[in-house]
Design a protein around this ligand. Structure first.
Ligand code: A5P
Length: 235
């Protein structure tokens, strides 16, 4: 069973996944996101594959790869070419459809797979909608371990308060062998400049600021699904 995301119950996750499936055509090359909403989609996709849908998936994490294998979604790599569509979750969505991602620690491969895709769809519950990115107070940054002391100083100089993400009493290790700095942030007004400054620090692999990436956000609210499209949103 997929564990419901905070604010999303199992039925909402399944409705979100079912709506996402409507965007997947037979023969598609599909990016498979990470996290609970994306996992609900992978399970639903597996059920459709069992009924005869022919798709191939590119996973954004080892956890998603394991799940995809379990539910029978064939996996391939980026060498297969441009992906038709990627379905992934997010931790914050602002009115411009810009995102914060990476609370699950898979942000580097999530951006790679999203960038390799023609269409990018984000699956969230209404509790992820924020007026300004950073509202939930956390921005994950993936860091090469060797560079950690330098990166921590540089992040602090940019006004972030970084904390080393832990898991089971030891530093969390990403699928790329790196660490995650969870930066305490205030709402981020100059998000593009801030993202560029963070990525310019030697040793920062990537950040959870995903700007201009998603085309469509599917928002589970109550018993319905709301669609937010790039260019059709307020503010
Ligand atoms: C993984 O690194 C994240 O970017 C996830 O996409 C994000 O944390 C959303 O996950 P949930 O769907 O579990 O909330």
């Amino acid at each position: 069973m997929t564990t419901p995301a905070p604010g999303l119950d199992q039925a909402q996750l399944e409705r979100l996944a079912a709506r996402a499936l409507e965007h997947v055509r037979d023969g598609a090359l599909v990016g498979l996101g990470s996290g609970r909403a994306a996992s609900a989609f992978v399970r639903a996709l597996g059920a459709r594959v069992a009924q005869g849908l022919r798709v191939r998936g590119v996973p954004t994490s080892e956890a998603t790869a394991r799940l995809a294998r379990e539910v029978g979604v064939p996996l391939v790599g980026l060498e297969e070419g441009i992906l038709d569509i990627t379905m992934d979750g997010a931790d914050e969505v602002d009115p411009h459809l810009d995102l914060i991602k990476g609370y699950g620690g898979a942000l580097v491969r999530e951006r790679i797979v999203a960038t390799a895709s023609r269409r990018r769809v984000t699956l969230v519950g209404g509790e992820k909608l924020v007026p300004v990115l950073g509202t939930r107070g956390r921005l994950p940054v993936e860091v090469i371990p060797f560079a950690w002391p330098l990166v921590v100083r540089e992040l602090a100089a940019l006004g972030c308060r970084p904390t080393l993400r832990m898991a089971g009493g030891v530093p969390f290790v990403t699928d790329n062998g790196n660490r995650i700095a969870d930066c305490a942030v205030r709402p981020i007004e100059a998000k593009a400049a801030f993202g560029r400054d963070l990525r310019a620090i030697p040793g920062v692999v990537d950040t959870g600021l995903f700007l201009g990436i998603t085309d469509l956000v599917l928002v589970a609210e109550g018993r319905g699904i709301r669609e937010m499209r790039r260019g059709a949103t307020s503010a």
